[in-house]
Ligand binder design. Structure first.
Ligand code: KG4
Ligand code: ZN
Length: 336
């Protein structure tokens, strides 16, 4: 079964064709990062205007690259939330339009849920589930326990800033570019992660929740007190504080829930320091680690098509009354 996936929740216009939820035939991602960079963040009005400009050609390119005609597509899946309302509308309505015109089945997909299951896309581990999954992106930091695809429980989440948001805000404080994650990672490679003792918020807290706004404030105060700071050391020490907490809490949750698999997904999971620390920790605890390929960690339509396939297989269909849900959480994933 070939599913056409469409994703426009934030600043990437993406379309993909995925066969049977696991074989990526195409995954076209048109990034608007350069467009938003001068503003230091995503400008919703600009994003939606550009989704509208790009979406038809991105869909056509995804079909062409996969050597599939629209008639050979079996179903269409699109992100309906969470994200920017004006951006979501473009992808969702395009997908509905294609489904209506072709009479193919259509299903709405929750963007966070698609991130959660994205490590399964290219890791054919049949015994992967149940797993404890860390979803770390610009908008979310969630620990979830997934028993089968589509059945999951939130164990904990950030009580303030998302991890990616902390990377972006600290990069801004340091006068680095947008998005902040890759900029900080690059400089951290030349810095000393033990140079500055930044706080590890909620590390020993009994819950599976996270907090990153205190860390961001600690960096701000440090920079004010130390105008002659070494940027590389600040980046390395900040990154280490984030990674320490993410890894320790993910491993603890996996051990407590007695799962054999840990997975990580979302834009921040591209970070090589985080990937290495997770790999080391999982090795120490005898856990299997599933990571999405870097190109599938950030926003993309392949993960939407893949989860769409599983939803369709379990009999789910959305009708054309499905509206965008900008603030939907992971817990609401079954609604589409
Ligand atoms: O999943 P994503 O593409 O979009 C959302 O759904 O939010 O994640 C984007 C976030 C941004 O905050 C960005 O700074 C962060 O992922 N990010 C990174 C890295 N690459 C992207 N954070 C840390 N290290 C990276 N290499
Ligand atoms: Zn995302």
């Amino acid at each position: 079964m070939k599913v056409l996936g469409v994703e426009t929740s934030c600043d990437e216009t993406s379309a993909a064709v995925v066969r049977d939820g696991g074989e990526i035939l195409s995954n076209v991602v048109s990034s608007q990062i350069a467009l938003h960079r001068p503003y230091g963040g995503v400008v919703p009005e600009l994003a939606s205007r550009n989704h509208l400009r790009l979406i038809n050609s991105v869909v056509e390119e995804a079909l062409a690259e996969s050597r599939t005609s629209i008639e050979q597509i079996d179903a269409i899946a699109a992100t309906y939330g969470p994200g920017l309302a004006s951006s979501l509308l473009i992808g969702l309505n395009t997908a509905k339009g294609i489904a209506f015109a072709t009479g193919k089945p259509f299903v709405g997909v929750n963007h966070i849920e698609a991130h959660l299951y994205s490590p399964l896309l290219t890791n054919a581990a049949t015994d992967a589930l149940p797993m404890v999954s860390l979803i770390v992106s610009g908008g979310h930091t969630i620990l979830a326990h997934a028993t089968t695809i589509g059945e999951h429980q939130i164990l904990g989440q950030t009580v303030d800033d998302a991890a990616g948001e902390a990377f972006d805000k600290v990069a801004k404080l340091l006068g680095l570019g947008y998005p902040g994650g890759p900029e900080i990672e690059k400089r951290a490679e030349q810095g000393n992660p033990a140079a500055i003792e930044f706080p590890r918020s909620m590390l020993h807290d009994a819950s599976d929740n996270f907090s990153f706004s205190g860390l961001k404030t600690a960096v701000l105060y440090f920079l004010r007190k130390n105008p002659q700071h070494c940027v590389e050391d600040v980046c390395a020490s900040f990154q280490e504080a984030v990674v320490d907490v993410l890894v320790a809490k993910t491993l603890r949750a996996a051990v407590e829930r007695r799962v054999k698999t840990v997975s990580a997904s979302g834009g921040v999971s591209v970070n090589r320091r985080l990937r290495k620390a997770l790999a080391d920790g999982c090795k120490d605890h005898g856990l299997q680690l599933l990571l999405a390929l870097p190109g599938l960690c950030t926003d993309n339509a392949a993960m939407i098509a893949a989860l769409g396939y599983h939803k369709l297989q379990s009999g789910k269909r959305s009708d054309f009354s499905l509206e965008v849900a900008p603030s939907i959480g992971l817990g609401d994933g079954g609604r589409g």
